[in-house]
Design a protein around this ligand. Structure first.
Ligand code: DX5
Ligand code: ZN
Length: 222
């Protein structure tokens, strides 16, 4: 079976204690740190930019999976990679020159990802499968942490898995939104191999242990 990657989203972290929160993620065995960049235009919320990426980079050597919920994402590629991002994921809905942008991300030495909103068809990426290191299927409408997983996503995840396999793609299939102990197992069964988790980790009674609990759900059950 494929490797399971758990990517806690610091959107739900306590920023007054960011160093402790990042240390907790490391101690809990997080694979990546997921950083949600929002511009108040593509999504109705504002978060952070290069300064926070640089701060997180000083606190950890974990891969930093940066999710760009912004229009004109290409404006930020150089600064974000310089600041320590190891993966940049752009939304297909706002990136008409997707092939060019993915190529540019790879040129900068980062993993190139494409994110799709719940209403966006998988056909948006069928012509860039070779240019993509990660496909991020949104399982909520982006903008906020703590939302409910959209059940219809399961069928899309299965189709995404088949599309990647049939193309011989080695891209990681990542999910984002409403992932918790209950939703992660069917998603893993449907073929996802990386899971963003914000609320599920940071609001858990024991956030550090929750990372392992999420991973433990992804096992073949008799
Ligand atoms: C949503 C963000 C997510 C968010 C996930 O727009 O892209 O990464 O932090 O949060 P949860 O896991 O709480 O749904
Ligand atoms: Zn995200």
């Amino acid at each position: 079976m494929s490797v399971v990657r758990i990517a806690p989203s610091i959107l739900s972290a306590d920023f007054a204690r960011l160093a402790d929160e990042i240390a907790m993620l490391e101690a809990g065995g997080a694979d990546w740190v997921h950083v949600d960049v929002m511009d108040g235009r593509f999504v109705p919320n504002l978060t952070f930019g290069a300064k926070v990426i640089e701060t997180v980079r000083r606190l950890t050597e974990l891969p930093m999976d940066v999710h760009l919920m912004v229009v004109e994402p290409e404006k930020y590629f150089d600064d974000f990679v310089d600041a320590g991002a190891t993966g940049l994921t752009v939304h297909a809905e706002v990136t008409p020159h997707l092939q060019r942008q993915l190529t540019r991300i790879r040129e900068l030495g980062a993993a190139a990802g494409v994110a799709l909103n719940p209403s966006t068809s998988l056909s948006m990426v069928e012509n860039v499968l070779d240019d993509m290191d990660l496909l991020l299927v949104m399982t909520v409408n982006p903008g906020f942490g703590g939302q409910q997983f959209i059940p219809h996503s399961l069928e899309k995840i299965g189709r995404a898995r088949r599309m990647l396999d049939e193309a011989g793609s080695r891209a990681v299939l990542e999910l984002d939104g409403g992932i918790n102990r209950d939703t992660i197992y069917p998603c893993w069964r449907a073929g996802a191999d990386a899971f963003v988790a914000g609320n599920a980790v940071f609001s858990a009674d024991d956030p550090r242990a929750e990372i392992g609990m999420l991973r433990a759900q992804c096992v073949e059950r008799a």
